[in-house]
Design a protein around this ligand. Structure first.
Ligand code: SF4
Ligand code: SF4
Length: 337
């Protein structure tokens, strides 16, 4: 049985309570934040278990490695506190169930993971990827299942993730480049938090793109555009990789606007919020986010997660800001789009 590494004694001596003090949806002072985390650690009831909107950010805010959001998720599941109607949760869990319909390219020791994002089947082409393609994997058998922390279900992750690790092991891969940062976070941050061993090296695609663009430096023509970045919830599980976004913007001659809702202060795209917490909250968050992009003169909104792009892309476009995925922006910089 896999067990979450959480120690409430680490919270007792916490000088900041940053997990819940910085939370953009709960607004707590330090004393309350620390007291609630200790209570949750002990298995007691807490209003946090009802009010958290699953943005993942406290996994980044806690600098003491104590996994506050995973704890909240586990306690919700134990107490039967659902974050979505049961039918919606069940539908999502069914979507990720292995069906034997996965796709494999010519898999080598170094492989690209498309996870369970069908967009990548059409997007991954051109010189950026020619040193790895056609070595790729796609499908539920390689799906990290992390999305279920939005649905207060760590049990399904603990059941499926070791099987997914085993599927990678059977392929004999040594290095996996993850094109969805939720998968990267699953194997580098969530798996160790629950004591799940991972037998390969994980590479975030931002790091891969940064080095690949340096190899293709002669092809880069500075784009000279102003962009805002829609940082996804999953990026909170790989905050050590976040700097690569700004590094890549520098490399391709893009001006990343210094707006309020970026970096640690990023806001959710609103997709999960509208499904689980109602349209009022989702619309408020989306409006503040897009107004902030507009106020800072962004011409493009760059997306990391295809799901964020399908939720927020049409809304930013209505405000005259062009939505674009990171992969397409980088291909544009080397003259491929
Ligand atoms: S989870 Fe982390 S940030 Fe929150 S109270 Fe505990 S140690 Fe502090
Ligand atoms: S996941 Fe987000 S909303 Fe929930 S407690 Fe953590 S920071 Fe707050």
């Amino acid at each position: 049985m896999y067990t979450l590494k959480f120690d409430e004694n680490v919270c007792r001596t916490c000088p900041t309570g940053d997990c819940l003090v910085k939370c953009q949806y709960l607004h707590l002072d330090k004393e309350t934040a620390v007291a609630e985390m200790v209570k949750i650690g002990q298995g007691a009831d807490s209003f946090v278990l009802n009010d958290c909107v699953t943005c993942y950010a406290c996994e980044e805010y806690c600098r003491r490695g104590n996994h506050p959001f995973y704890l909240i998720t586990e306690r919700r599941q134990e107490k039967g506190i659902l974050t979505a109607p049961r039918a919606i949760t069940r539908q999502w869990i069914n979507i990720g169930e292995p069906q034997g319909k996965y796709r494999l390219g010519e898999v080598k020791e170094r492989v690209l993971s498309f996870g369970f994002m069908p967009e990548f089947l059409g997007w991954i082409k051109g010189r950026l990827f020619e040193d790895v393609m056609p070595s790729y994997i796609f499908g539920q058998e390689f799906f990290c299942n992390v999305v279920y922390i939005h649905f207060a279900d760590t049990a399904v992750i603990k059941e499926r993730l070791p099987q997914v690790v085993d599927n990678f092991r059977k392929l004999g891969v040594k290095e996996v480049i993850f094109l969805h940062d939720e998968c990267y976070g699953a194997f580098t941050q969530l798996a160790p938090a629950f004591g799940i061993d991972v037998p390969f090296q994980s590479i975030h695609y931002y790091e891969y793109l940064y080095h690949r663009l340096q190899e293709l430096k002669d092809l880069i023509r500075p784009l000279n555009i102003r962009v805002a970045y829609q940082r996804p919830c999953s990026s909170r599980l790989s905050s050590d990789q976040h700097h690569f976004f700004a590094d890549i913007m520098d490399l391709i001659g893009v001006d990343l606007v210094a707006r309020e809702y970026q970096d640690e202060n990023a806001l959710c795209c609103g997709g999960i919020l509208s499904m689980n917490y109602g349209y009022d909250l989702a619309h408020d968050v989306q409006k503040r986010n897009i107004d902030d992009m507009t106020a800072h003169g962004a011409q493009f909104c760059v997306f990391n997660c295809p799901a964020c792009q399908s939720t927020l892309g049409p809304l930013v476009a209505k405000q005259g800001i062009k939505p674009i995925h990171m992969i397409h922006l980088c291909r544009k910089a080397i003259g491929e789009m």
